[in-house]
Design a protein around this ligand. Structure first.
Ligand code: BG6
Length: 470
């Protein structure tokens, strides 16, 4: 499943709408630099935004961003990237902007249009691209969030599909470009020992935690319109669930992976209020752009069911939050205990005896946990983890990989229309419903009500900080 080659026709220009924005500065420019460095980008890069900016100012911005990301080791690559840049100023509502873009594109026939702009503008830009004749043979790359509920996701899909065919639409979920997450797919289906235990007969529960020890970092206005469930659970965490829960793809290639992932979303039982616990960190209401009486959740824990032959009856617990005790992402697939308890100590103090643990960030690890007898007369043992993989991740963001794939027309690591809509259908019943939002202390593991949610089946496994790992 190599996604990095240019199978069909590669894009011959990259247009970045929102080139003066935060996403471009923090993620896209360093990714472009890395692409140039690896020979994956050698076409005009045209930034579009409404600010008055000279070409020189844009180049400076790009340079600053790359040096802030700590990536200036290759001067030649940097100056080549700067030479590829152009800037078009204009309002996205104004057809004249798209005429200027048309001119800037010159002979380019197959541009990739990257919408790094607020979602409210997606439809406007897509329609204007079509009206200016800039959509034929082109691709569109759309940042998350793709919709804010089922209805808006459908509407956006309809608009995008009225202009571009599905295989020219690249919906970004940057988690899909992360090594540790691609490894879930690989690990599951490149090994035979897993399959016999990877089901309702042997798995007691699955839990996924994505915790961050920082707050909304100046994104209060965006966050107020999103909240944790929309921001990371409906997309990033659900994508992880899909990779863990999917059936083996029926043939080699990403289309088959897309098919199986979509079936997982379709099999997820729509969430109900009782499945949910929401929290808000103390101090959130003082963040810039946040309402003084905000009830937006910065923490969300939920219980999910997948009504499929493989997973019937297995609870899936998902949890994410800002201002938590650690920044980490981890999956714990807990196996059922042995049928009889023959040794007094066979239930370890932390409660999880046998499990598979995927550490996804900030480092990556795959570990299998088991109990092993301690030397001596007594039948007592210790909990051990067998590490199959343990690596520090480089600071390469997934964006270089995703943009390279989109430019090449490889949609493997992007989300498909039916999967996005099926995922929204799962969360739709609980969106914007009256709910309790419990306060929690910054630096904690969230409100204690989340412990009660999982108590019947397990308890939360709190990812350790790397320096704490024994
Ligand atoms: C983004 C969310 O999609 O993902 C952020 O909008 C979140 O709120 C981020 O912090 C997490 O991504 P990563 O790659 O830093 O784990």
């Amino acid at each position: 499943m190599n996604t990095s080659n240019c199978r069909n026709s590669c894009a011959d220009a990259l247009v970045i709408f929102g080139v003066t924005g935060d996403l471009a500065y923090k993620m896209i420019f360093p990714a472009l630099y890395s692409m140039v460095k690896h020979g994956a980008l050698n076409v005009p890069v045209i930034g579009v935004a409404s600010s008055k900016l000279s070409q020189a100012q844009l180049r400076k911005r790009v340079k600053d961003s790359i040096s802030e990301a700590g990536k200036t080791d290759d001067r030649k690559a940097l100056s080549h990237l700067l030479s590829l840049l152009q800037y078009v100023k204009g309002d996205y509502n104004d057809p004249a902007t798209f005429m200027s873009l048309y001119q800037a594109l010159g002979n380019a026939k197959r541009p990739a249009h990257y919408l790094a702009i607020p979602p409210a503008l997606f439809a406007t830009v897509i329609k204007n691209l079509a009206a200016a004749g800039l959509a034929a043979q082109a691709r569109v790359i759309v940042e998350k969030p793709f919709g804010r509920d089922l209805a808006s996701a459908r509407e956006l899909n309809d608009i995008a599909l009225s202009v571009f065919p599905e295989d020219s639409i690249f919906r970004i979920d940057h988690y899909l470009g992360k090594e540790a997450i691609m490894n879930i797919l690989y690990f599951r289906f490149a090994n035979s020992f897993l399959e016999p235990i990877w089901n309702r007969n042997n798995v007691a529960s699955v839990q996924i935690t994505l915790s961050e020890d920082f707050g909304v970092k100046g994104r209060g206005v965006f966050y107020e319109s999103a909240g944790c469930l929309r921001d990371v659970i409906q997309n990033h965490l659900f994508q992880i669930v899909a990779l863990l829960a999917m059936e083996p793809p029926v043939f080699q290639g990403y289309a088959a992976v897309h098919n199986e992932k979509a079936k997982v979303f379709q099999a997820m039982r729509p969430l109900q209020p009782d499945d949910m616990v929401y929290g808000q960190y103390a101090g959130y209401r003082k963040e810039h752009g946040v309402a003084k009486n905000s009830r937006v959740e910065t923490f969300c824990a939920l219980k999910l069911h997948i009504d499929s032959w493989r997973w019937q009856g297995v609870p899936w617990y998902l949890r994410s939050g800002k201002c938590m005790a650690a920044t980490a992402a981890e999956v714990l697939v807990e196996l059922k205990p042995p049928p009889q308890r023959l040794f007094d100590d066979s239930a370890p103090t932390n409660g999880h005896a046998n499990y598979v643990r995927f550490r996804l960030s900030p480092n990556t690890a795959v570990a299998l946990a088991a109990r092993v007898k301690r030397a001596g007369e007594e039948f007592i043992g210790d909990q051990h983890e067998l590490y199959l993989l343990e690596e520090q991740l480089g600071n390469e963001s997934p964006y270089a990989r995703l943009l390279t794939d989109a430019m090449a027309g490889n949609g493997g690591l992007f989300t498909r229309e039916d999967a996005i809509e099926a995922a929204w259908a799962v969360v739709d019943p609980v969106l914007d419903k009256p709910r309790e939002v419990y306060r929690y202390k910054a630096g904690s593991w969230g409100p204690k009500q989340a412990d009660a949610l999982i108590a019947a089946d397990s308890h939360w496994h709190n990812p350790k900080l790397i320096k704490d790992k024994k």
